[in-house]
Design a protein around this ligand. Structure first.
Ligand code: NAD
Length: 446
């Protein structure tokens, strides 16, 4: 099936339900590919903002692309799901699948959208899960739609997991390492391939498989990446005990083509909206099948312990007692170039320090608004030097580019004590020593 693509008046429409990090990037990038896209969200404040060309999230390059595609008539936003479903051949589900208390994926948002799709079906549709969903969800959606349809309508279910990274989401969507399409129908595969045609032109590998395998590829990928992070963090701890330098170890390991250099950066533990919840979810999927994912369960434990260990590291570096001290944080988000605070290691670390009696001051270039929703009693500043003013120690926790070249003399002047804990190894130990700063980092001889 060949899909016609042009601006206004395109014969093929796609809809993306859920306009968060994934839905908004997916919808915008498909519009940039030349398709007519309607993005739907139930949060009217989000849609109101988007209609004015304002972004509800911080994501580099996204605003320009949204505005351009709105201007050119290929991208629309609405809260009216029924209208958006009626006109669409392909409906992407991109709503959240957060962890429930027991660690399993909460599919209530996905189920709700499946019901709404069923109620509004007016012809053949391809229903695609972009959300990360447990193996078997495709089948679950099929059953919901079959049960809830007012009149029988043909449809196909496709799994098309998303691998974008927050902070470089637009580029990741436009130039992915691969596209995975899980489907049990040739027609649905043909339609999906056509949506991604611009990526064919840049020779992006497309993996065509069944729905269950596609769903598993996403969880297995995230679990593997999380494993790499926890692995190098454990190696970093051993480096600290033995005098080895974790950066050189990572470089020496990464040059081995079987290992690869990526995701071998030690730090305060992984966070964000995906790795923590997806590792938990995959271990639960396994346990539901009476199977134990021993490596991934260990990865989760290593990561949880790591965040507390980082708080202990800070306390130790400050002399063992932080009661009555003031600690400055540079960065709060789980990584640079995002305002996403979901499961950021800073949350646990700050909470432990506050419980021990420390006052916290902080600056993050994008995440302070989000941080203020989840952190209590933190004083925010709009400049790293103002954060440092009068602090007993400064903690670098997110490697924003603007933290890489700070004026160390000015920082030292502003700090009450020249103490720096660098949880991202942004600075060189020798240089900090030269400046008279009592400095510690991760997995490097101090
Ligand atoms: P998000 O929380 O940022 O966005 C989800 C959006 O869905 C929200 O705006 C919410 O209001 C909306 N929504 C919920 N129910 C709705 C309904 N019934 N109708 C309309 N809108 C509804 O989530 P996200 O970070 O974009 O993640 C979405 C999915 O993509 C998750 O499964 C996640 O695991 C997966 N994923 C996320 C990333 C990432 O980096 N954030 C990367 C790859 C995959």
């Amino acid at each position: 099936m060949e899909i016609e693509k042009h601006g206004k008046g395109s014969t093929v429409n796609i809809s993306v339900v859920g306009t968060g990090y994934v839905g908004l990037v997916t919808g915008t990038c498909f519009a940039e590919f030349g398709l007519h896209v309607t993005c739907i969200d139930k949060e009217s404040s989000k849609i109101k903002k988007l209609k004015k060309g304002e972004m509800p999230i911080y994501e580099p390059g996204l605003e320009e692309l949204v505005r351009k595609n709105m201007r050119e008539g290929r991208l629309e936003f609405t809260t009216d799901l029924s209208e958006a479903i009626h006109g669409a051949l392909v409906v992407f589900i991109a709503v959240g699948t957060p962890s429930k208390k027991d660690g399993t994926a909460d599919l209530s948002y996905v189920d709700e959208v499946a019901r709404q799709i069923a109620h509004n079906m007016d012809g053949y549709k391809v229903v695609v899960t972009k959300s990360t969903v447990p193996v078997g969800t495709g089948e679950r959606i099929r059953k919901i739609i079959e049960k809830e349809q007012k009149a029988p309508c043909n449809f196909d279910i496709v799994s098309n997991p998303e691998f974008l990274r927050e902070g470089s989401a637009v580029n990741d969507f436009m130039r992915p390492d691969r596209v995975v399409i899980g489907a049990n129908s040739d027609q649905a595969v043909a339609i999906m391939k056509d949506l991604y045609k611009p990526l064919y032109l840049i020779e992006t590998p497309i993996v065509i498989t069944n729905v269950e395998t596609s769903e598993m590829i996403k969880y297995a990928s995230n679990a593997f990446l999380a494993t790499k992070v926890s692995f190098i963090n454990e190696i970093a701890d051993l480096c600290e005990l033995t005098g080895a330098d974790v950066h050189q170890v990572a470089k020496g390991m990464g040059l081995d083509g079987r290992i690869g250099p990526k995701f071998l950066h030690p730090g305060p533990g992984y966070g964000g909206s995906c790795f923590p919840k997806d590792t938990r979810a995959i271990t639960h999927i396994a346990r539901e099948h009476d199977h134990v994912m021993e490596i991934i369960e260990a990865v989760i434990k290593v990561n949880e312990d790591r965040k507390k260990k980082m708080a202990v590291k800070i306390i130790k570096h400050m002399g063992g007692d932080v009661a009555g001290t003031t600690i400055g944080f540079l960065g709060l988000a789980f990584k640079p170039n995002t305002d996403d605070m979901r499961e950021s290691p800073s949350l646990t670390i700050i909470e432990v320090l506050q419980k021990q009696g420390a006052k916290i001051r902080a600056y993050d270039p994008a995440a302070m608004e989000e941080a203020a929703k989840v952190l209590k009693d933190v004083e925010y500043f709009s400049d790293p030097y103002d954060v440092a003013e009068g602090c007993d120690a400064l903690v670098l926790i997110t490697e924003w580019p603007q933290f890489r070249n700070l004026d160390l003399d000015e920082l030292k002047r502003r700090l009450k004590a020249p103490v720096v804990v660098d949880l991202r190894n942004i600075y060189e130990t020798a240089r900090m020593k030269e400046k008279g700063i009592r400095y510690t980092s991760i997995g490097r001889p101090s």
